[in-house]
Every structure is written in C-alpha cells, then in structure tokens.
Design a protein around this ligand. Structure first.
Ligand code: 13P
Length: 256
C-alpha cells in the first residue's frame, strides 16, 4: 500500500488532565516496549483542556496531536469557540471535523464542515473529515447516497495545492457502529471506502486520490482491527472507546 496507515484516538469528552496524562503515558510506555517502531502513524485527540498537557508528554515521540473540532472563523467575537491557529499554537497538527456527534447533536451540516475544512487548511492543520450513514439510512438502502452528499460537499472548499489535497484524511464512521459494539463488516467498510476513493478519483484524479487516507471508525477493537485494516481502501482507524485504554489502543496499532 502506498499510503501509510493512521490510527487516531478520539477521546471525545473524556479525561481531566491527570487521567489524560496517565492515558498517554500508558500509550508511550507501550510504544517504547515496541522499540518505538510502529507500522503506522499514531494520533491522539484529547479534549481541549488536556491537549497542552498531553502535548508536553508526547514531545519528541512519534505520537501526533489533534483537536476534535474547531471554528470556521478567524479570531473575534465567537464566544466559546476555538480557532485552528489556537490548536496549532498548542502543538496540534490534525483536527477532526464533522464527527457524527457534532452533526447530530450540534447541527453541523456538510456545508459547515466543508468550510471548517478550509479553515483548518488555512490554519496549518490536517483535517480529518468524518462521514457516515445512520442505521435508518442504511436499512433503507441510502448509504451510498448519504456518503455521496457528505463527501461531495468538501470539493468546492479544497485548496488547489496538490500537497494539501494529498494530506486530506477522511473517516467513514457508520453512525450505527459508533459506541454500539456493532462493527461494519470488513466488506461493508471496504465497499464504502472504495466508493469514496472512486469519488476522489473522479474529482481530484488518481494521483491525489491514491494518497488520501480513508479511516474506518465504529467499534474498532484489538480483535477486529487487523482484518478491517487489511482491506485495500481502509487506511487506518478513528477509535473512540478503545482509545481510552492504553492496552486496547496499542492492540489496535498492532493491527498494522
Ligand atoms: P467507538 O470506537 O467508541 O465506536 O467510537 C468511534 C468514534 O466515534 C471515533 O470517532
């Protein structure tokens, strides 16, 4: 595979500073046991309040740091919001955008997510844009239509620069698989990933499309990671629950 794998931990709204420090220390210790060598990139996305402290712990290690959300706006009167620059300022290089929890609980639609993606690039971050269908949408045969709608919204706001386009990360997270213990089968994941790759080829050309990493998220665990990651268009995982336990997160990294 020409793409390097990526395992990203989305800690969601979990972890006071002490717990976040303990979690990342456990991950660091596990990586050290592996001689610091892993076959994929590793990213952690702590809650905002713990990013700086976690950043200090991982300094000089292979672990990268990301935020879970950001504002589309430049600095100004936006109470309660965070700019991408504020994230880079505390050591982040990635940001998760359009997670299904933000779409369903905070009214983020694909146009807003797309504008946030443009802002993330502007601020020097690599965006991880999440897409995925609900159970109802899957059961009514609308999965690929939903994915098409969510993915097509990003193209108008993608920078023209090839290197930036190649940097893009997408995450396919079927809503029905998030936190439910129900994982998409490797075949179901591959079907959607291949569909997304096809859209990227059409819009951006094969050169760029084959560099973009597409992660799978939704109940990834150490015992199912390897088979999911073995699919040709699955380039890693966006991990929720299992990212909160060092041994589970490390077990998933070992899937590569
Ligand atoms: P779980 O791994 O807990 O299913 O969560 C997936 C997710 O939402 C990652 O962003």
């Amino acid at each position: 595979m020409s793409r390097r794998g990526l395992v990203a931990g989305n800690w969601k709204m979990n972890g006071l500073i002490e717990a976040a420090d303990a979690l990342v220390s456990g991950i660091l210790a596990g990586l050290a046991q592996r001689g610091g060598k892993v076959q994929c990139d590793v990213l952690v996305c702590p809650p905002f309040t713990a990013i700086q402290s976690v950043g200090k712990r991982i300094a000089g290690s292979a672990i990268k740091l990301g935020g879970q959300n950001m504002s589309e706006h430049t600095p100004g009167a936006h109470t309660g919001e965070i700019t991408g620059q504020m994230l880079t300022n505390i050591g982040c290089s990635f940001v998760i955008l359009g997670h299904s929890e933000r779409r369903s609980m905070y009214g983020e639609d694909s146009q807003l997510v797309s504008r946030k993606m443009a802002s993330a690039y502007r601020d020097g971050l690599t965006p991880i844009v999440c897409v995925g269908e609900t159970l109802q949408e899957r059961e009514s045969g609308k999965t690929l239509d939903v994915i098409r709608g969510q993915v097509s919204a990003i193209f108008p706001n993608l920078p023209a620069d090839t290197a930036k386009r190649e940097q893009l990360v997408l995450a396919y997270e079927p809503v029905w698989a998030i936190g439910t213990g129900k994982t998409a089968s490797p075949e179901q994941a591959q079907e959607v990933h291949a569909f997304i790759r096809g859209m990227l080829v059409e819009q951006l050309g094969g050169g760029v499309a084959n560099k973009v990493r597409i992660l799978y998220g939704g109940s990834v665990k150490p015992d199912n990671a390897k088979v999911i990651f073995s699919k040709p268009d699955v380039d890693g995982g966006l991990i929720g629950g299992a990212a909160l336990k060092p041994e589970d997160f490390l077990g998933i990294i070992d899937g590569f």
